[in-house]
Design a protein. Structure first.
Length: 82
């Protein structure tokens, strides 16, 4: 099995910013003319996530609002001490 590693950088506005990386992933697959492949997307960091969601206007409002309810930005967090 052939393994191909590629990397791209995503710049965010921080906090609950939602970024569509579909084109970066798709371009990587097309660049190597892959037909049958598994794509693994990884991000380093303890406060970042990757999700598979519909990238549509309502969701761009709903997801940050839901994250703010779960983990408010202005709240004190013990991990901030390190």
């Amino acid at each position: 099995m052939t393994v191909i590693n590629e990397k791209f950088v995503v710049h965010t506005q921080g906090n609950t910013d939602v970024v569509d990386i579909t084109n970066e992933v798709k371009n990587s697959v097309y660049r190597h003319s892959l037909k049958d492949a598994a794509v693994h997307v990884y991000v380093a960091g303890s406060t970042v996530s990757i999700t598979n969601i519909e990238f549509e206007p309502g969701l761009l409002v709903d997801l940050p609002e839901a994250l703010e309810r779960i983990a408010p930005v202005e709240k004190y967090y013990h991990h901030d001490e390190t």
